[in-house]
Design a protein around this ligand. Sequence first.
Ligand SMILES: *Cc1c(COP(=O)(O)O)cnc(C)c1O
Length: 222
Amino acid sequence: MTEVADNLADIQQKISKIAEKWQREAEEISLMAVSKKQPLDRVEAALDAGHRLFGENRVQEAKEKWPAFREKFNGIELHLIGPLQTNKAKEAVVLFDVIQSVDRPKLARILAREMKAANKNLPLYIQVNIGEEDQKSGISLQEADGFIRECREDLDLNIIGLMCIPPNVEQVAPYFALLARIAKRNGLEKLSMGMSGDYETAIQFGATSVRVGTGVFGSRAY
Ligand SMILES: *Cc1c(COP(=O)(O)O)cnc(C)c1O
């Protein structure tokens, strides 16, 4: 299991190099280890190596894994990066430190209600369907500005940034650039974009958080 530790160190080093090349501060860019569908020993190896920032894409799976890890390791920061059903919102508020997949008004309203009930105000990202793809979640480009305003002004949600998964095309850079523009015009600082295959480009275009799964842990068990 030294492999996971080595991968984390390698990617962290790459992030530093890319940051330097594109004249950004490496400290502004965090490496999220996406642990969905990974064997527990690999996740534990990352924790043993001192890594603390993780992403999961399903409430149920997170519930099975993370309470036990939280008992054993301090300082874990767990983000939800997958679609959230409204009937799981209450559980998500308990399990996660940050929710990155806020993508529709109904979910935003229910999260606001559940967080109030739990006396919490989690930092949230709004997911944007940056390539306007039918099969992807995310608020549409046309509705993004209005939705961001509604979340912040009407619902008092703590929106800290935007998240996207670009289309599976050769040139992802324009999508990252577009997400950065939407964030900028709305005064949002955080940009969660870039995965194992495209995090270099994402950092070039302003990512503050890259979500790396297979690059850290190896291929997933399905
Ligand atoms: C699985 C997943 C990732 C990580 O993907 P890799 O290609 O394994 O790095 C990143 N973001 C989201 C939303 C995911 O679901």
